[in-house]
Design a protein around this ligand. Structure first.
Ligand SMILES: [Zn+2]
Length: 76
């Protein structure tokens, strides 16, 4: 009878220990999400590709910096 009580206590202790460890496992395997893809545009002056959110837009043309905006589109 003494061993049966000891076995029950061990089973309860093991199940409690295991239930506390399980929630941590899915967090460790979760991969970081890649950033969302962005629209790329080419600079009208030098042709550099940059994200649309970083580009300077004037008259429908995109520029990479203020210098190229002042210089205007390159001749073809
Ligand atoms: Zn440029």
């Amino acid at each position: 009878m003494k061993y049966l009580v000891l076995l029950v206590v061990l089973v309860i202790a093991f199940s409690l220990w295991k239930s506390r460890r399980e929630p941590a496992a899915p967090e460790r395997t979760k991969a970081p999400q890649p950033p969302a893809p962005q629209d790329m545009v080419a600079c009208a002056h030098c042709g550099l590709h940059l994200p649309r959110s970083d580009a300077i837009v004037q008259y429908g043309a995109h520029y990479c910096c203020a210098d190229h905006l002042r210089a205007g589109p390159s001749a073809p």
